[in-house]
Design a protein around this ligand. Sequence first.
Ligand SMILES: [Fe+2]
Length: 251
Amino acid sequence: MSFWKKLYYRQRREQLPPADLGLVRADMHSHLAAGIDDGAQTVEDALALIREMYGMGYRHFITTPHIFTGVHNNTAETIRAAAEKVHAALAAEMPDVTYSAAAEYYLDEHFEKLIEDREVMTFGKNFVLFELSFAAEQASLARAIFHMQLNGYRPVLAHPERYEYWHGNFSKYEAMADKDVLLQLNITSLSGHYGPGVRKISERLIDAGLISLLGSDCHHMGHIELMQVARSCRPLHKLLESGQLINTQLL
Ligand SMILES: [Fe+2]
């Protein structure tokens, strides 16, 4: 039995009709600029992914290529140039879609320097998407949040449910929300693909009302498949109906 079939059968008892992602309309976390990170590698790749997401209800795309020193050495310039190519192709094919670029910043010294210099790419009203190490909590986290806010930025923590070192300490998530750090859930985390721990904490974050933004974190067609699985999960329906999401305010 294929992986996708197994996933389907495991979740069968929870199957609901696919959620309409037109309820959020705007996706604010994806890797849909061509050839500059581990997401879409060509303009055509990006368009194929956007067509699929359009079919789920999305109309607004804020793509967020990685800026991660030594791994994805992007700058605002490399991101804008790659995004412009996708934007031009998209404008011709889907004129009712908006597409713009920000970044997903990995928390490192380079990011902290950009904060100090106020050279961070933002979306919406000064939102900054940033991610943490998957291995362990970084000592610089509190300082970086403080400096973002001091410089007028509004931090958005990418996929908090995927930092497994916090799974046993729910107060870490509450502490982030208390500091006015917005928490962004990946839709794909609800599919079960990242394991039961990630799915469970995702559901707990939804139940606690701690999720403010929903993101696809779409890199490739595999993520589209996972999103389709997640669309039929009850917790996603619950989140979309909760009134807690601010995706539509980004437009
Ligand atoms: Fe991402």
